[in-house]
Design a protein around this ligand. Structure first.
Ligand SMILES: NC(=O)c1ccc[n+]([C@@H]2O[C@H](COP(=O)([O-])OP(=O)(O)OC[C@H]3O[C@@H](n4cnc5c(N)ncnc54)[C@H](OP(=O)(O)O)[C@@H]3O)[C@@H](O)[C@H]2O)c1
Length: 248
């Protein structure tokens, strides 16, 4: 028996990186997958075809996670097409790094809107469906940086720390309706987002990690399968660090 058989998941930001890994792993575990992306149309079409070939239902939606209205339309479209929403993974995220001295107001606001307000947008959008179903698992992608802070990432760290407070509050509000809300805090996962960093920084990071390697999208996806599945039926309000021991 596959762990997510018969469940429908929305995964935001799945055209590449961690989100793509989650969509693939969820489909391999039997989930039907509705996923979003911002602009990577070709990559999204390829992923849609790849997932459908696994025998599950899958569809990509171009939808800006930072837009409240687009989140509402997305959730309506997914319910219409898939019939339910059992799992929401708020994964879409961006960085616009700069020292506080140099960061612009626009770059601060954009990161908060794409990374944090998106989580509010999507959670509001699926809430009614999950309440009716009397079940649901919401997984929000934070970061070790949201727990520890990071020089040059005031905007990103604030957005990722905000996600943790938001998720715990949702866990408290919706627990009585069997809707769970948890956070995954990845460490250093090797994707396009981290490929932007200099090789020196990457080397230092790998050396400082107890497991001595960067993580893979699949490492994060496997943690998400646990939180999405009934294996974690009694787990809510938690932050799972998937970081090779980085913060230990
Ligand atoms: N990589 C790491 O080391 C690491 C560590 C900790 C936490 N995280 C978090 O994990 C998540 C995924 O990171 P990643 O490394 O996989 O990033 P990535 O490779 O840069 O991919 C980001 C994904 O988000 C989508 N996206 C960006 N802005 C969007 C928007 N406004 N609306 C909808 N989708 C949007 C992108 O779509 P397009 O392809 O269309 O642009 C893409 O699919 C992020 O929340 C990130 O903060 C990553």
């Amino acid at each position: 028996m596959k762990l997510l058989e018969g469940k429908t998941a929305i995964v935001t930001g799945a055209s590449r990186g961690i989100g793509k890994g989650i969509a693939q792993t969820f489909a391999n575990q039997g989930a039907n997958v509705a996923f979003t992306y911002s602009s990577s149309v070709e990559a999204a079409n390829a992923l849609e075809a790849e997932l459908n070939a696994l025998g599950v239902k899958a569809k990509g939606y171009q939808s800006n996670a930072a837009s409240f209205d687009e989140a509402q339309k997305l959730a309506e479209a997914v319910v219409g097409e898939f019939g339910s929403i059992d799992i929401l993974v708020n994964n879409a995220g961006i960085t616009k790094d700069n020292l506080l001295m140099r960061i612009s107001e626009e770059d601060f606001d954009t990161v908060i809107e794409v990374n944090l307000k998106s989580v509010f947008n999507m959670t509001k959008a699926v809430q009614r469906t999950m309440l009716k179903q009397r079940k649901g698992s919401i997984i929000n992608m934070s970061s070790v940086v949201g727990i520890k802070g990071n020089a040059g990432q005031t905007n990103y760290a604030a957005s990722k720390a905000g996600i943790i407070g938001f998720s715990k509050s949702v866990a408290l509000e919706l627990g009585s309706r069997n809707i769970r809300s948890n956070v995954v805090a990845p460490g250093f996962i090797e994707t396009e987002m981290t490929a932007k960093l200099s090789e020196d920084i990457l080397k230092d990071w790998r050396a400082g990690i107890p497991l001595k390697r960067g993580g893979t999208p699949e490492d994060i996806a496997n943690a998400c399968v646990f939180l999405a599945s009934d294996m974690s039926a009694y787990v809510t309000g938690q932050t799972l660090h998937v970081d090779g021991g980085m913060l230990t």
